[in-house]
Design a binder for this molecule. Structure first.
Ligand code: DSN
Length: 429
């Protein structure tokens, strides 16, 4: 009898499109062997990726469950209903729209639902930690609506230095009477006081919106206060601390607002929903409902605090003097007046540590240069790293930021980063 052994078969992608397959393999290796410290990124599970890579990508499903414009949507209705059921349980709210393609799409839909062109709304000074869609002059939110911006506390003698200046928020809202008051940020390391924001919104007659894209996983895991029941509208992405597929989400407790939001998402600002991504969101919400996710959220914060403490011990200055959540921002002006965020991020990348340059409060450099770097712990925590590794990572960051770009130092840190990554592999199939 002859035994035949079959050679390992190449994947469909490797066979059909070797060029793209090779690039994906290269990216897989890059992710495996670098420390992913961009505060808004994470390593999602293979269960999520399987859903996103499924046949659900084949179908048009404009509309909402049981009210679609195309036939053949039975299973898609069940997927979307399950996603909504899980996410409303996860965040303790009544209504959710899981169709926004991204956080920016979610925010745009809310503005479309609640504001008329030219209406005033209130959001943070963008260089203090806001987002492009919170009123940047180059974004629809800044071009078609009228943002007025509240600052952080800049006075270093105050104990709440670097926190939202709630007195300034109140004064600004009473002066401008915005239709919408927006909280939730992209580079803010402190807890957001939702009840205090709600009191201000009520006093000036505004609706309160929270964009919790960054802290959604911490909220879901009980490591950051919930925006519910205080906020009228809550938007988020699903891929940051929440660790799902790339996408957006809008939630509310108010039935009338929910109806307006649904219309604003479809047909207001989007066409066919990405049903494969909605399936991935459902899987992510299911994962976040498990008890282990609470431990994950707790460890993200513990790791960020450990990293912050060690960096400060080593003489770095962090905006607001530390962190309560998953991220921190190093204000490089105190370390080295010449060092820009752009150079710091480039040196760190050469050493295998991936962060992003970021403006700091009262930064006089442009957003393309900046005086800060932002970093976070969600992805390192997914790899299983804990406080001892954060101490080691702080030491590596310290060496890089004081290296003045010296190639030998960067190479030596790179090799330590590679070893650390091998000890803590990212989730693989
Ligand atoms: N680009 C995201 C971030 O890095 O915070 C926000 O959408």
């Amino acid at each position: 009898m002859t035994l035949t052994t079959s050679a390992p078969t190449a994947s469909p992608l490797a066979t059909a499109d070797p060029a793209i397959h090779r690039l994906i393999q290269a990216e897989q290796e890059r992710q495996s062997l670098t420390l992913e410290m961009i505060a808004s990124e994470n390593h999602t599970s293979h269960a999520v990726m399987e859903a996103v890579g499924s046949c659900l990508t084949n179908k048009y499903c404009e509309g909402y469950p049981t009210k679609r414009y195309y036939s053949g949507c039975t299973f898609y209705d069940q997927v979307e209903e399950l996603a909504i059921r899980r996410v409303t349980e996860l965040f303790g709210c009544r209504f959710a729209n899981v169709q926004p393609h991204s956080g920016a799409s979610a925010n745009t839909a809310v503005f479309f639902a609640l504001l008329e062109p030219g209406d005033t709304y209130c959001s943070v000074v963008l260089s203090d930690g806001g987002h492009l869609t919170h009123g940047s002059p180059v974004n629809l939110s800044g071009k078609w609506f009228k943002p007025v911006h509240y600052p952080l506390v800049y006075d270093e003698s105050r104990p709440d230095f670097g926190h939202v200046d709630y007195d300034a928020v109140r004064a600004l809202c009473l002066q401008h009477k915005p239709k919408l008051l927006l909280c939730g940020y992209s580079a803010y390391p402190r807890i957001i006081d939702f009840p205090r924001f709600r009191a201000i919104a009520d006093e000036c007659g505004a609706l309160l919106m929270a964009d919790i894209a960054h802290v959604a996983g911490l909220v879901a895991g009980g490591s950051h206060p919930s925006p519910f029941p205080h906020c009228h509208i809550v938007t988020t992405t699903t891929h940051k601390t929440l660790r799902g597929p790339r996408g957006g989400l809008i939630m509310t407790n108010d039935e009338e607002l929910a109806k307006k939001i649904d219309k604003a998402v479809f047909p207001g600002t989007q066409g066919g929903p990405l049903m494969h991504v909605i399936a991935g969101k459902a899987v992510c919400f299911g994962e976040a409902l498990k008890p282990a996710f609470k431990d994950y959220a707790r460890q993200i914060v513990a790791n960020a605090k450990a990293l912050a403490t060690e960096l400060m011990t080593r003489g770095f200055r962090l905006t607001s003097g530390g962190t309560d959540n998953h991220l921190l921002v190093i204000d490089l002006r105190r370390t080295d007046k010449e060092l820009t965020g752009k150079d710091a991020a480039a040196w760190l990348e050469q050493a295998g540590i991936i962060v992003n340059k970021n403006t700091v409060p009262r930064d006089d450099r442009s957003p393309f240069i900046t005086s800060g770097v932002r970093m976070g712990t969600p992805a390192l925590t997914t790899r299983g790293m804990k406080e001892p590794q954060m101490k080691q990572v702080a030491s590596l960051i310290d060496q890089v930021l004081r290296s003045r770009g010296n190639a030998q130092i960067l190479a030596s840190v790179r090799s330590e980063v590679t070893n650390l990554c091998r000890q803590f592999p990212m989730p693989v199939a």
